[in-house]
Design a protein around this ligand. Structure first.
Ligand code: MG
Ligand code: MG
Length: 264
């Protein structure tokens, strides 16, 4: 069942979404070679709690951390830990926060130092595919229009589109209906209408689309071992025109720009 949100509820989701956006910016300030993925988790959790919010992922189905940190061939749901980031890695950092009973959810893939040109391109195209999807997130269109836009852009560039994990509705719950796959047919799926709030989150592999679950029971990994990228926004469908993006990469990218490492 899809829960449609009032304008007041959307403003509360925006508050949580902006906390997530700024938590990711705090991560951007410290992420780099020599840093453990666990230290990023603490930075995000401290920021979220400083805003009188709760880390959404901590305790979710027993997940013990505030961030999912997925390095290189890890696609999503990576567990922060003792791994020390090194030059050439790419890292998906996925963050959620809950405040006033409502969730926000966003992810950004960071490059650690210089990464190979083909990996940089994967990151760029994955982010572009997110925005191609958002362009189709409009009242009257269908979820499959988003899915097809994401898939087409990724596949035109020769990449594998992960099937097993999808975007989702959110609001009072971190995951609600509808599912928002990153693959599918134009004109298929639920019709979008005002008040629908969804997270669109392409997970795109440099190689083949196939994934497997890691031994920790959480981490999803590209089976061929090639890098994977992941970008996510929480958005609200408007009565007319383009969706309202409730999360933001503006804060992360301001930090990266200062460090002269912004992609595109
Ligand atoms: Mg997320
Ligand atoms: Mg999500």
């Amino acid at each position: 069942m899809i829960h449609y949100k009032s304008n007041e509820e959307i403003e509360l989701i925006r508050q949580s979404s902006l906390i997530v956006a700024k938590a990711l910016a705090e991560v951007a300030k410290v992420i780099g070679p020599g840093v453990t993925t666990l230290s990023l988790d603490k930075v995000a959790e401290d920021y979220i709690r400083s805003q009188s919010a709760e880390p959404a992922f901590k305790g979710y189905r027993g997940f013990p951390f505030s961030l999912c940190v997925s390095v290189n061939a890890e696609v999503v749901h990576g567990m922060p830990g003792s791994y020390i980031l090194k030059e050439g890695d790419i890292v998906s950092v996925d963050c959620g926060a809950k405040k006033n009973g409502f969730y926000g959810d966003s992810a950004y893939t960071f490059a650690i130092g210089e990464v190979k040109p083909e990996v940089k391109k994967l990151m760029k195209v994955t982010k572009e595919s997110l925005y191609k999807g958002i362009e189709k997130a409009m009242s009257g269109l269908r979820i499959g229009d988003i899915s097809a836009a994401v898939q087409n852009h990724a596949e035109l560039n020769g990449y594998g589109v992960v099937r097993e994990l999808v975007g989702h509705g959110l609001g009072r719950n971190l995951h609600e209906d509808p599912e928002v796959p990153n693959y599918g047919k134009k004109g298929s799926g639920p019709k979008m209408k005002e008040g629908m709030v969804i997270a669109i989150e392409p997970m795109i592999n440099l190689g083949k689309k196939n994934v497997k679950q890691g031994k920790d029971g959480w981490t999803i990994i590209a089976t061929d071992g090639l890098p994977s990228a992941h970008f996510e926004h929480t958005i609200a469908i408007k009565a007319q025109g383009k969706a309202d993006i409730l999360t933001s990469f503006e804060f992360v990218e301001a930090v990266l720009k200062e460090q002269k490492i912004v992609i595109d």
